[in-house]
Design a protein around this ligand. Sequence first.
Ligand code: NAP
Ligand code: MG
Length: 499
Amino acid sequence: MTAVAEYAIREDVQAFLRGTKKLLIDGNWVDAASGRTFPTYDPATGERLVEVAHGEATDIDKAVRAARRAFDTGPWPSMKPNERERMLWRVGDILSERAEEFGQLEALDNGKSAGIATAVDVAWSADIFRYYAGWATKIEGSTINVSMPFAPGGEFHAYTLREPVGVCGLIVPWNFPLLMAAFKLAPALATGNTVILKPAEQTPLTALLLGEVFQEAGIPPGVVNIVTGFGDAGAALSGHDEVDKIAFTGSTEVGKKIVDAAKGNLKKVSLELGGKSPNVVFADADFDIAVPGSLNAWLFNHGQCCVAGTRLFVEDKIFDDFTGAVAEAASQVKIGPGLDPTTQLGPLVSQEQFDKVTGYLRDGLADGARALTGGKRFGDKGYFVEPTVFVDVRPEFSIVREEIFGPVVTALPFSADSGVAAAANDSMYGLAAGIWTRDISKAHRTAKQLKAGSVWVNQYNGFDTAMPFGGYKQSGWGRELGATAIDLYTQTKSVNIAL
Ligand code: NAP
Ligand code: MG
């Protein structure tokens, strides 16, 4: 493996990494009130990248006041929708123009491949801003022909208005730092809300660069505020009485804390939480597409995906052949730093995540699982873990039940007679599922049986900006993306006029 320093860091990225990164509050880049900073690291080397302002409750309060003012006194919510549309479209275009700069910065901060970050995280974020830019001019209420039985003889004109919720706190994780911010920022802003974004402590950098893009696109001061910091900053945001809504992506554990914190002023809450998604391979699947597809299902982004298909259910007739082929493909994956253009699998995001994942590897082996490939760390530097395929697992093993968030899959056989739905649905989560079969009836039938917010057939990670995304059971509340995200950031007012 080669050290990251051997790969060229772009000049614009080097320039961004000079000095201390500040908070964006009310259109100004400011230090934290305490003057404190914290470092963000390159997971490929464990070396420090840059110091970032350490925002806390005081800074969150300042940001919330700025967002409140920007919402209550405008111009953002009262601006013509096509003006908001133009600015958000511009954000998407700037992201496209600066895709490689964003991609490399994401790779440095998160550890993922710069090429994948550019092609997936940044390109999709740009698409999301353009998609919701288009929505700004298409938010409609309806007219309702009311009967009013208790007002006989009256004449009425009744209609609904769709209005922004107000000040929105957006709290995002480290696995797709820019993209998860885009999921929330684009619909929140298109509908006229003002926001405070709290990036994950491990990966604050692309959010801050995006802050510069918002300024360049002409978004007025106070509309987008960015406060970098730790969990206490997120807690201050979710407990703040002047915040009208929290949109959160992260762990189910913290999601429940958000719900508790939101009780004070009963702010609206939407949650995108963890998963332990089943990926079901029937014996009649097209082997040649199902093997790489199933590998992508659990290994994409180093397994650090809420939707990762980490419970691989394979029909017993092909179990040994299929799991063997997946393990063989996994053992061929090129592991290395994100800046190496040939890298397919980068390091995990942090020491903490590395310890957690290697702990699960030990637990799995101690429980009696067998690793067809992998099972330990890769190399002796950085947070690299070998892709690991476990067989001989039982449903009660922690590696089968709990979200590992690393490059680890557990494979379980099923028989055509007993079916797969009960085992696949045996989870507190319900975020996504995969199905591989050539039988179209079986595909539709199984898609109906699986308790998951997204079901992908003969593919995995089949996302689109226009398709709703979210979780059944403890995987979340609400649906992001598509038209359903407009519901998350608007509220309906019924107006009834006696004529
Ligand atoms: P996390 O703790 O849920 O963090 C997500 C975000 O919430 C971060 O911005 C975090 O800030 C913030 N936060 C932490 N404590 C908070 C609180 N009490 N109130 C409000 N916000 C708070 O996730 P993590 O620690 O990064 O990862 C832990 C596990 O969560 C992972 O191993 C994985 O299983 C799961 N996870 C799931 C997803 C997903 O997309 N579903 C994404 C990431 C992680 P800090 O970064 O400063 O802590
Ligand atoms: Mg980092």
